[in-house]
Design a protein around this ligand. Structure first.
Ligand SMILES: [Fe+2]
Length: 242
């Protein structure tokens, strides 16, 4: 399996605080069957980093520290972009995409979709980029009506949910929303969004619930096949197939 969303890079955000924690997370994910993990630290424009190139250099140097210590998973560089920073990145640079792809991870305010979201999705689309929407089960609009994710698909985006959300870590409403989205076939990929080794247990529970809900074949599609396409590991099929 491949995890598209993980705060495994040490000391860059509210995820792993040091190399020891990162390696513990990597070992836990490997035990659960993950072979590749994308390191996607939060990218808040203007605080720690103002330039994605500088950001990638720092991120890659942190990932090198892990690779040098027998990290049991292959690490890919990425970033979780808060939607506020994306307009600036589109103007001045480019969001941090998964290596060799036009796909990047984006999160929205948990309080609700911003008013300018349709415009932002349009601007992303005309740049030829594809946003992967993180943990959609936590957005109030999606909790009210799962059809709210259709606008992401309509603009070439992908819909992601978290295993921790499916396991109930973010409340019953988020958990039910995961289940509804999965039953309706509206989920493209399932991720860990792991922030600490303590969450590994609920990632494991989420995987078990996922397989109970959709079966082994669909679980594999959501955790392996589509994530590999979106991360550019199967280059012939970079785009999500629905
Ligand atoms: Fe995240």
């Amino acid at each position: 399996m491949l995890d598209l969303h993980c705060h495994i890079a040490p000391g860059l955000d509210d995820g792993a605080q040091d190399v020891r924690q990162s390696l513990e997370m990597a070992r836990g994910l490997a035990e659960l069957g993950f072979r590749q993990v994308a390191a996607t630290p939060h990218l808040p424009w203007g605080s720690l980093f103002t330039d994605p190139v500088e950001f990638l250099a720092v991120l890659n140097s942190r990932l090198e520290q892990l690779r040098g210590r027998d990290c049991p998973v292959q690490l890919l560089a990425g970033a979780e972009h808060f939607s506020d920073v994306v307009p600036l990145l589109l103007e001045k640079h480019r969001p941090v995409c998964y290596p060799g792809t036009d796909n990047f991870l984006m999160e929205l305010p948990l309080s609700g979709f911003p008013a300018r979201l349709p415009d932002l999705l349009f601007r992303i689309e005309v740049r030829g980029l594809h946003p992967l929407l993180a943990h959609v089960e936590r957005y109030p609009q999606v909790q009210q009506d799962i059809a709210a994710v259709d606008m992401f698909h309509a603009r070439g985006g992908a819909v992601l949910i978290n295993l921790t959300g499916l396991a109930g870590d973010w409340g019953r409403e988020a958990q039910k929303t995961c289940e509804r989205l999965l039953r309706a076939g509206k989920v493209d990929a399932v991720t860990s969004d792991l922030h600490s080794p303590e969450q590994l247990e609920s990632v494991a529970r989420g995987l078990q619930l996922l397989e109970e809900l959709v079966g082994e074949q669909e679980r594999r599609r959501l955790c392996r096949q589509v994530p590999r396409q979106l991360a550019g590991l199967d280059p012939a099929e970079k785009q999500v197939e629905r």
